[in-house]
Design a protein around this ligand. Structure first.
Ligand SMILES: *Cc1c(COP(=O)(O)O)cnc(C)c1O
Length: 371
């Protein structure tokens, strides 16, 4: 006899929560679809790979460091970030990817009955962490593919602890310009924390784009998120960070697991910050060429697409996105289906080198030929 009852032990908000199943490893997928090669266009990875500096750190990681715990609070990496951005090291908190930092911010600020406000079609992790932690996520519909600042302000109440703004937005590539952001922050007036997720900051080259690192100097409730997963091509190592006032960061650190960032990740990330201008310029060039190619391909087919900032583009087709995914996989091309982002019928394609983009266009056209 056992009295073990999941129903009794597991809180209702966990029982309700629908788990997210990541895709299978590439070798399993290649076997399943009978292909020898896979173009990974599903995760907005930087296909150029890391710059030579961080690549050398990864290749040369000494095995005698493997048994040694990493520095528990990323001492040298925070010092490198502070130097690069002209801040104090205590203004940074580094996590196992910025996903971990999202989790720590929600843990630090929310308690039962609180809510967060974000968009309905954006990076889903804000919503997921809130919901599996038992807090309400108020999801404001996008307006013209962008975050709706008015509706977000209207959705705030005295239990709103955090507003998440993805700038530029994944998956639509829209962004708030400096005036929109400043107006929003004025009107939030410090009533809640504003997280500005700048995962794609290094891809943006727009004079009116607001740099979160400047915003947080004038707005102590602003917390900026950045990551080494995208531009810096270190996604496998899982390292992201937040920057805010030392007082805010001190609070978030209390809810953050120490030792969650491994030694190799810390060293490679610090190396990635050095002399990054060439790597960023080369990556932006690759993305611009890829974007032009894909826009021409979609124009040619007469398909609607959304193309903005970041290293990705979204396209709507007459075929269900999950079916299109499988058809493209048979050509060795992996894209992101968008039904899970509440964009049914759309796919998102990462922008990489031209040979892979041409392979995508060829496969994409062949799927729609004769339809
Ligand atoms: C990819 C991405 C992240 C980064 O996640 P990591 O955990 O740092 O890999 C964060 N926010 C957005 C909007 C992203 O697209």
């Amino acid at each position: 006899m056992t009295n073990f009852s999941l129903e009794r032990l597991v809180p209702a908000h966990i029982q309700r929560f629908e788990p997210y199943y990541p895709s299978k490893p590439d070798p399993e997928l290649m076997r399943a679809y009978g292909v020898e090669h896979l173009h990974r266009l599903n995760n907005n990875e930087n296909a150029l790979g890391p710059a030579p500096g961080p690549a050398a750190v990864v290749a040369g990681f000494p095995s005698d460091l493997a048994p040694v715990y990493p520095n528990g609070d990323c001492h040298y990496l925070r010092a490198a970030l502070a130097r690069k951005f002209g801040k104090h090291p205590d203004q940074f908190l580094v996590g196992n990817g910025s996903c971990e930092v999202i989790s720590s911010v929600i843990k630090a600020f929310c308690e039962e009955g609180d809510n967060i406000v974000t968009a309905d079609r954006t990076f889903a992790v804000y919503e997921w962490v809130a919901e599996f932690s038992g807090y309400e996520a108020r999801l404001i519909p996008l307006r013209g593919y962008g975050f709706d600042s008015e509706a977000m302000l209207a959705a705030m109440d005295e239990r709103t602890k955090i507003l998440f703004v993805c700038n530029p937005n994944n998956p639509t590539g829209t962004y708030w310009d400096r005036a929109t952001m400043e107006d929003f922050l004025e009107r939030v007036a410090g009533r809640a924390v504003v997280v500005v997720d700048e995962a794609y900051f290094e891809y943006v080259d727009r004079p009116d784009f607001p740099d979160g690192m400047d915003l947080l100097e004038r707005h102590p409730n602003v917390v900026v998120f950045r990551t080494f997963s995208k531009m810096y091509a270190l996604a496998a190592l899982r390292v992201g960070y937040l920057c805010g006032s030392a007082e805010v960061v001190d609070m978030v650190r209390r809810a953050h697991i120490v030792y969650s960032v491994n030694a190799l990740a810390q060293a490679a990330a610090a190396a990635a910050l050095e002399d990054d201008a060439g790597h960023i310029a080369a990556t932006r060039r690759m993305v611009a060429e890829a974007r032009a190619l894909l826009e021409a391909c979609f124009d040619d087919l007469g398909f609607e697409y959304v193309s903005g900032e970041g290293n990705y583009i979204m396209v709507r087709t007459p075929m269900p996105d999950t079916l299109l995914y499988r058809r493209l996989m048979k050509h060795g091309v992996m894209v992101r289906t968008m039904t899970g982002f509440r964009f049914p019928g759309w796919i998102r394609v990462s922008l990489v080198q031209l040979p892979a983009m041409r392979a995508f266009c060829e496969a994409f056209r062949s799927v729609f030929d004769g339809k």
